[in-house]
Design a protein around this ligand. Sequence first.
Ligand SMILES: Cc1cc2nc3c(=O)[nH]c(=O)nc-3n(C[C@H](O)[C@H](O)[C@H](O)COP(=O)(O)OP(=O)(O)OC[C@H]3O[C@@H](n4cnc5c(N)ncnc54)[C@H](O)[C@@H]3O)c2cc1C
Length: 409
Amino acid sequence: MTTSPAARLFGDHFLARLDSPEQATVLQVRELCRSTLGPEADAVSREDVFAWATFRTLAREGVIATAFPRDYGGSDARQVVRIRIIEELGRVCSTSASMITGTDLSSRAIVAGASETLRHEIVPRLCSGELQAAFALTEPGAGSDVRGLQTSIRRDGDRYIVNGRKKFITRASTADWFAVVGRAEDDPSVFIAVLIPRDAKGFRISAEAGKLGWFGVPISSLEFNAVEVRASHRLGAEGDGFSLAQDALLRARIGHAAMALGRAIGSVEIASRYASERVLSGRREGDHQGVQWMLADMVTQIEASRALLALTADKYDQGAPDVALFASMTKLHATDLCMKVVTEALQLTGGRGYLRDFPLERFFRDAKLNQIGEGASEVHKTVIGRDVMRRAALAERHPCLHDGPLTDY
Ligand SMILES: Cc1cc2nc3c(=O)[nH]c(=O)nc-3n(C[C@H](O)[C@H](O)[C@H](O)COP(=O)(O)OP(=O)(O)OC[C@H]3O[C@@H](n4cnc5c(N)ncnc54)[C@H](O)[C@@H]3O)c2cc1C
């Protein structure tokens, strides 16, 4: 007789809204986390080398393929499904989750912008995990503010010549193709994206840079010295570079929020289990009101954030015009919340939380990057705040206000 797994601490209220094949996909990922990815997560996080076994498992199980259109062998899962998948992965292993968000980031510009021929050549192999891509936007002088971008791209007959440097590029050490965004040399207001193969002459990839967390998905810097790229390897039209980048970042931001929420959920599961076992001053730790209030805040805020994320994913699937704004809100909220929840969960588990063997130590290190990558929290606050100010003056006047300028009050 098989026993069904115990109920989980966090509700499955969003799962019921998916159709049966979609639910089956999420449950398949959940089982994968239970059987393999969860138990192996600690070992994966010990060394910052590309986690091939994790990547191959996710490719074999069709999880990588959820990011790709059906015409190229993918399953083209709706975002409302993908956030559930990424949440499941983030709950146990940031490396696994980032294999999925990183696939969106690195492959999206190819899916959206490559020529039909190039797409047929590359995308099915990206989808199966046979090939990998990297997305190269950030530079030493251009991180949060891409106006500092200096990589130059010059047209020369049927080729482009690329010069410049890129920094912090995930999967650089394993990628076969690099989607690189730069500016037209003769008109810096024109952003161009090109696809560069790993073995291009004049293209140098640095050694991997050591980092705090997110082990298993290393980063490197890139250098382009008069790298020649076939004109047919341009992504989109000249001038599309920025919008292709925004499109990739949009999906990756939603993914970051889902990963962060998954980790926050995992942290509360672990901390509350500890609080239910540990006896302090004659009572279980979790019987102390102060501890219960901490847990109450965590659970309540996580559920609120999941609702915002579900709304955002639905807006993405519907092609809503305000999805980018909602992606900023959900990314800001979920990733800041995750950092807070992981910190408090670690506090609740005392010295054990600080041990290398205990999962919260890893969660704590991994949580920080979600607040920085794909737009730091402050950048999203700026985006959201500017939007409020843009709309405030035009919005319907509050019915409790007198007519006339408010300064007349
Ligand atoms: C592990 C890792 C993987 C990455 N992978 C990739 C990748 O695959 N491809 C890629 O192109 N890039 C990648 N990046 C780069 C990442 O997107 C940038 O690190 C991020 O955009 C921030 O840029 P920056 O590091 O240059 O920080 P900076 O731009 O120097 O910003 C520093 C800090 O300033 C603050 N700040 C920024 N703007 C504002 C503002 N408007 N108002 C108030 N405060 C502000 C924020 O707190 C921010 O964290 C990766 C980075 C890391 C660490």
